[in-house]
Design a protein around this ligand. Structure first.
Ligand code: PLP
Length: 450
């Protein structure tokens, strides 16, 4: 039997027969076969081209098939594909050094993983061993990955069918001015109340039981929630007061997405551990990790760190991270992402918000933006309910379909459209995509009831 896959029908047949897909009821999905990708676009087998406003899973920060990144991987593959983690290796060391150089001062070591969930899993393990405490505090409206502790730390419905998994995780509310859990009416009030709530949570959980506070620096999938001024500095203070490890999850927000190397650079705050993945090498190979403060690394100077992975610091993945960071520097990609946010996405989304009644709020930074859709601006009623699925999600599905028909691949979550193209997207491509969004928002306006 031929194993050459040449046609769309063969790709579809193999997929339907043998691929077990993430997060899905296997009989209710029909994955679109994709043939190729380049830059900000990908193509299906019908030759239809899609402008990738999702960066796949918000990870192709450098764009698809960057020729220099592909070449660097080929070069490394010809030299040394893999060597186990106990050896020293040039690309592994170089990647770790380059990451330490862009991280805040005092974070100088990197533990490599295959992705984001494992990064959070190991960051929590480090915090627990460093403090001798067991609890982890994380927020509602968060995603931290789908391994045991990471999914338990997650504050969205993906956790529910996985419970009970890990012990010792407590959820609290983070700031979200547009739908304030604290009923605040200004960002300043939101910061004050969110910090008071976090401090109360720490005090009542028992500070001596809490190893870590784990937060997404800018919450990603759960809404592109940019922390209001002073919030992250306040979290740092609470951690210092009670000897708690501050873990910043930058799996989605890091490596240019927010117009900085690390999103936390916006606020000049230094966490104890930073977890990363996705944008570090744009997923050309699986890679993630934890950047570790000197004080925590010191805990494991004489005492072994009880964790590891066959592919920790995989040379091919590390070579791609080195090349990707070099390309970012030489092509000014972080600066480009920041400028696109300030000069194009922010102003253009503000115009769309003026024009379309269904737009309740737009927010974001860099190439990391959300459009929150509502049926009533005054009441802020979401266009579809929280955790909507099936028929309840129909209005958002209609908006997504309007984008796809026009050649734009959107990122949709509950009642939000996220504008998360590659950091390398050109201004012309970006404007083309925003014009399509403008048309698709007319579909959302059709559901407006106020
Ligand atoms: N943390 C955040 C903020 C994420 O967005 C994700 C994935 O979307 C993860 C962790 C998990 O990363 P991975 O899917 O690589 O395990």
């Amino acid at each position: 039997r031929s194993t050459i896959v040449s046609s769309e029908s063969q790709v579809r047949a193999d997929d339907r027969a043998h691929v077990f897909h993430s997060w899905s009821a296997q009989g209710l999905i029909d994955p679109l076969p994709i043939e190729r990708a380049l830059g900000s676009h990908f193509w299906d087998y019908q030759g239809r081209r899609y402008l990738d406003f999702s960066s796949q899973l918000v990870n192709i920060n450098i764009g698809h098939q960057h020729p220099r990144l592909v070449a660097a991987i080929q070069e490394q593959a010809a030299k040394l594909c893999t060597i186990q983690p106990a050896f020293a290796n040039d690309k592994r060391g170089e990647a770790a050094r380059m990451i330490a150089e862009i991280a805040p001062d005092g974070l100088n070591k990197v533990f490599f993983t295959n992705g984001g969930a494992e990064a959070n899993e190991n960051a929590i393990r480090m915090a627990r061993l460093h403090t001798g405490r067991h609890k982890v505090l994380s927020t509602y409206r968060s995603y931290h990955g789908s391994t045991a502790t990471a999914i338990t730390a997650t504050g969205d419905p993906r956790r529910w069918p996985n419970e009970p998994v890990a012990i010792g995780v407590v959820h609290f509310w983070g700031p979200y001015p547009y739908r304030s859990p604290f009923h605040s009416d200004s960002p300043e009030q939101e910061t004050r109340r969110a910090l008071a709530h976090l401090r109360d949570t720490v005090v009542f959980e028992g500070p001596a039981t809490i190893a870590a506070i784990l937060i997404e620096t800018v919450v990603g999938t759960n809404g592109i929630l940019v922390p209001p001024p002073g919030y992250l500095a306040g979290v740092r203070e609470i951690c210092d007061e009670f000897g708690i490890v501050f873990i910043a999850d930058e799996v989605m927000a890091g490596f240019g997405r927010c117009g900085e190397w690390f999103a936390i650079d916006h606020w000049g705050v230094t966490p104890d551990l930073i977890t990363f993945a996705k944008g570090v090498n744009s997923g050309y190979l699986p890679l993630g990790g934890v950047v570790i403060a000197d004080e925590i690394a010191e805990t494991f100077r004489e005492r072994p760190f009880p964790g590891g992975l066959t592919y920790s610091g995989h040379p091919l993945a590390c070579a791609s991270a080195v090349a990707s960071m070099q390309i970012f520097k030489e092509e000014g990609i972080v600066e480009h992402a920041r400028a696109l946010g300030e000069d194009v996405i922010g102003p253009e989304l503000a115009i769309l918000a003026e024009k379309h009644p269904s737009v309740g709020e737009v927010r974001g930074l860099g190439v990391f933006w959300a459009i929150e859709l509502v049926t009533d601006r005054e009441a802020r009623t979401p266009l579809v309910p929280f955790n909507a699925a099936g028929p309840a999600a129909a209005p958002m599905n209609a908006v997504a379909a309007a984008c796809k028909e026009r050649g734009l691949w959107p990122f949709v979550h509950f009642n939000r459209l996220h504008v998360v193209p590659p950091c390398t997207i050109t201004e012309a491509e970006l404007r083309e995509g925003l014009a399509i969004l403008d048309e698709a928002l007319t579909v959302a306006d059709g559901f407006y009831t106020a």
